[in-house]
Design a protein around this ligand. Sequence first.
Ligand code: MTE
Ligand code: MOS
Length: 702
Amino acid sequence: MKTISKAVPKLDHYEKISGAAKYVCDLPTKGMLFGRMLRSTEARAKFGNITLPELPEGYFFYDKNDVPGVNKVQIVLDDTPVFAEGIVEYIGDPIGLLVGSDERVVNQLLKQIQVEYEVLEPVFDPRESKESFFNVNIDKGNIAEAFANADKVYEEKFHTGLQEQAYLETNGLIAEYVDGKMTIRGSLQCPYYVFGAVAQAMGLENENVRIVQDVTGGGFGGKEDYPSVLACQAAVAAYHSKKPVRIVFDRHEDMIATSKRHPSYCTYRVAIKDKKVIGMDIDVLYDAGAYTTLSLVVLQRGVIGAAGIYNVPNLKVRGEARKTNIVPSGAFRGFGGPQTFFAVEMMMTHIAKDLGMDAVEFKLQNAAKQGDTTSTSGRYHFPVPIPAMTEDVLKASDYYNKKKVYQNQTGRYRRGIGASLVYHGCGFTGNGERDLIKAVVKLKKSKDGMVEVLTAGTDMGQGLFTTLNKIVSSTLEIPMEQVIVALPDTDMVPDSGPTVASRSIMSVGNLLMKAAKRLKEEWIDGEAQLIEQRYEHPDFMIPFDNDNFTGDAYPTFSWSVNVVEVEIDSLTGFIKVIGAWGCYDVGTPIDEQIVMGQMEGGFVQSLGYGMMEKMEAHNGWIRNSSFSDYIIPTAVEFENLHVMLHVVDYPNGPFGAKGAGELPNVGPAPATIDAIQNALDTTLNKAPFIAEDVMNFLREVK
Ligand code: MTE
Ligand code: MOS
């Protein structure tokens, strides 16, 4: 392992474990107004009169009429209103905001507000929705010919459900308007997204908007778009009341009103000849919820990954995101990948079973290799170490032996073992980095030789500040103490892009390494220096065509192999994970401990997705909106978890690193369901699969 990979204590470790770190809800509240949202109680309705109780002095209600700029939140397409305009589209849709100095009074007043609704027919099932938000298609090779030449064609449908990011800290922000300048601070992932949204909604010039990240207790994609919505709302109140306005959600509000992982419905038709996949014809349908938010980009990743890690010469994918009247789904670690990877991994296991082959053997036979074309007719330019990684994981888990033993079980306890082979495309899709983000980073050296790292990158627990410090201090060959990475403030830092798509290490880190190399060359003792570095598109990439979805969707991919072993109690339905193994190729780890932590955390989050976390929007209501009825895994659930790294240098990343954070969230869920179907001696096609599903299944087969 390289010297840089050697673990150091995380820079924010002490302040977080000691409780010294200040999250937005820890900041003094003196002189501030508390805000609570008036939310729709109808899934779809026109609304007219809003009757307010008499508001005491210093209490205010704001709605669409009070938005000084554009009443739309800038995301991808600007259809999400800051406050609803005469129509509400989901239960929880914000209509207005009540603010005042006493939180309890605000809550009491809120209950007395009456809204006149004219209820409209809602749509909850995307398969019945007539409103298409986005279509993304892939057409590679000759699909008709492939199906005509097939020995056998398999067809199956798959479904995945909602998932809640369940970050420890709920969404929360403070907006303050002083001397014509709007400052927003709080829990967020992407300062410059919030910046653009607030400027547009408030009709303010850029120099009059400032966004500051406070210590953030997790985001997992859930704070990629949502803080933009909340910031616009809080800004409206701060603007008119001329007081700082603080909005911090309780868990219930966070769970009903903020983004989730998109539910999916996929139909696969697969053509097989001589035990090889020669064609896949796939329909991918994502339930976007009420507004478009990030659905286009989430869907793109889902469509690109729909053929899995396999070399599929003839491929057709019809991807669609449709509107329903539930809370909008958005980004969630894996960003559209986990849904289709689940489907394709299950499909492949089912085909293998029918062919009388072991699933892993069948998958390896069809896996892409370096130099093969990708689903978008780009190329796998770099090594695909899947075979070696598979060997390691199968050995560590004793996969083949267990698979042999775990057959035709009839007792109370039944065991199963399953595997998945997946990738995650590194960085933004297509030309995003070049055309949309255009990242800029700066290094600012003071006279005394301290070096400040200036990027918009946020640390949400993934260790980014430590990682960026290591990249810069190692390049400059100076101690870490001589490098400063602070919470980003748009008044100080350039727009290096959002902290999403696991792009920070590979994209932002690489720019910082280049900047540091230059600073090292140009270093002058005793002088203040400023180095700016701009994004350069890798020239080896096959140009991406956004209309036809062809070319290199990503410069490179991170790879992983996962095995999960379960024991099912057929009396209670309880599924216990008795072993879990994952191997990850994320390039060179910048900090081994941080990367291992990312892999373990992502693995556990995906196990939750596979076998625990069932979220239901019953008639549009999120029924389980607390952690006592939306159950997420904790440290005790999966004690026998083993993650390992397969280190291959990525030549275009800093010190050989590439995308890491999301990869471990893609594979464990399909491996878990594979283990469950092995234990139950059946084929399964939905995630999550929880105790209740086990009971229903056992009842049916009796
Ligand atoms: N790890 C922690 N502890 N908390 C988080 O919120 N977010 C994940 C991942 N790991 C997250 C996390 C998501 S969704 C992404 S996109 C990446 O971190 C972003 O960080 P990176 O670009 O530094 O990898
Ligand atoms: Mo991560 S879902 O790209 O914020």
